[in-house]
Design a protein. Structure first.
Lengths: 341, 120
């Protein structure tokens, strides 16, 4: 019983934190964009515009819902719901920090440590494609349909390369559990130093999976109005946009955990702090890494122009897919030569 | 090792996520104004009257990509158990997987030569 109560507390905390980070990512994105374009950005709601995400949220709640007459109404509502639920589900397996010890009992800062962690994330992420596809198709709008088929074929194309790129990491670690992957990188033995190619492939695929620029073909305003969410309004539109920011947060967390040592940082363990303070310090380190990658996502968005669709598909299938296979060959041969077999 | 109890929090998280989504959708449905007109409920098409229906055939290329995805993703799933047991399988496992992957690459080159991934 105590187990379930602790898990419920942890789930609420992680859920709240995810939503908070996603909310303030929208604010950060506008501030970063403003900084890069020499503007001020939002600064009217609250000090430095800090209440802007809250104001946006309330606006989303109070707007009229418009469901087109010709659309498939059930699927039209179901689409954004699937997108949001799957976005919220992926945070389950991420290890936020080492165990807390209160009164001799260990409380892990991870909702659950399943031994198929990486596979679980891939599985849930691929269900997210349905949210976009169902929403775009149900709108019965030509732009939405085009956006939806573009999005789904882009996401499935990059999923193959993404799945292959992470295999070289699993060959080195020998486990799919994210906690074990993080613990093996204690100190400065980060996987990115052993397999930089896998990191680069994974990063590019993460951009494509989150539909972020330079791969935002599904919703490029100049061609498709709003892409798959052209017909959406009020909170249903909010869910699509919000799911994108949550996905960005989660993929930053996965990148930090798999390639950048998660909550590890060289020299922190020798500080000699008490266990619980240490756990929070480690969690802070993980969040520092996550925020860096979220910033990186935004940095790229406001720096690099969009790809053309055939370029995008060529990069995914003819560039990244063979490259990630070659990476597996190289990893296998190097590990054989290093006597790790 | 994972026990079935390890999957219980995933169920709890699913309930929490579903609860959040249903509550929010319900709240916006109750809070927002409802002033529907025929023009407002039409689908958007650059401000002109919408022509026909969006249930139209689209490029076969997207279907080909989907089929290729199914093929390749199954192969990728095959590699996961191998990668987890990579160290214990030893050199024999390495050679066997290299043969498997070479065959996969052969098929991949066949697809490219056939022009299944050409987007012009």
């Amino acid at each position: 019983m105590e187990f379930i109560i602790y898990k419920i507390i942890l789930i609420s905390a992680v859920l709240g934190l995810t939503l908070l980070v996603a909310m303030y990512s929208t604010y950060a994105e506008r501030k970063v964009a403003a900084f890069m374009q020499d503007r001020l950005g939002p600064n009217r709601a609250g000090p430095f515009g800090l209440l802007q995400p809250l104001a946006d949220g309330i606006k989303m709640f109070m707007k009229e819902e418009i469901i087109p007459d010709v659309s498939n109404k059930v699927l039209f509502v179901l689409g954004p719901c699937i997108a949001m639920v799957t976005a919220l589900m992926t945070g389950v397996v991420i290890p936020w920090g080492p165990d807390l010890i209160i009164g001799g009992t260990h409380y892990p800062l991870q909702i659950t440590d399943v031994n198929i962690g990486v596979l679980y994330v891939f599985g849930v992420v691929s269900i997210g494609v349905y949210g976009i596809m169902i929403g775009g198709w149900a709108s019965n709008n030509k732009y939405a349909l085009l956006g939806a088929i573009r999005a789904s074929s882009q996401m499935i194309s990059y999923e193959v390369a993404m799945g292959l790129s992470i295999i070289s990491i699993i060959m080195m670690t020998g486990t799919l559990s994210l906690r074990e992957i993080v613990e093996q990188q204690a100190g400065a033995h980060w996987n990115v130093f052993y397999s930089p190619l896998a990191f680069i492939i994974f990063l590019i695929c993460a951009f494509a999976e989150c539909n972020r620029t330079p791969f935002d073909l599904p919703e490029c305003e100049t061609e498709l109005i709003g892409g798959y969410h052209t017909e959406y309004s009020s909170m249903k539109l909010g869910f699509y946009l919000f799911a994108e920011y949550i996905n960005m947060f989660i993929s930053s967390a996965i990148i930090s955990c798999v390639f950048f040592g998660g909550y590890n940082f060289p020299g922190v363990d020798s500080l000699g702090l008490s266990n619980n303070i240490m756990a929070f310090l480690h969690a802070g380190i993980l969040f520092g890494k996550i925020f860096f990658f979220i910033f990186f996502f935004m940095w790229v968005r406001w720096t690099i122009p969009r790809f053309r669709y055939d370029q995008l598909m060529n990069l995914g299938w003819k560039g990244l897919l063979p490259l990630s296979m070659v990476n597996i060959f190289i990893t296998g041969i190097v590990m054989y030569l290093a006597g790790k077999l | 090792m994972s026990t079935p109890a390890d999957y219980l929090p995933i169920l709890l998280q699913f309930i929490a996520a579903l609860g959040f989504v249903v509550l929010t959708i319900g709240a916006t449905h109750l809070l927002g104004p409802k002033r529907h007109t025929n023009v407002k409920n039409e689908t958007f098409e650059c401000g002109i009257e919408s022509v026909g229906n969006a249930r139209v055939p689209f490029s076969i290329k997207y279907f080909l990509v989907a089929i290729l995805f199914v093929l390749f993703d199954v192969e990728v799933i095959f590699m996961y158990p191998w990668a987890v047991n990579f160290k214990s399988l030893g050199v024999r496992g390495l050679i066997e997987m290299f043969m498997f992957m070479s065959l996969l690459l052969l098929g991949f080159f066949y697809i490219i030569k056939k022009g299944a991934l050409k987007w012009e």
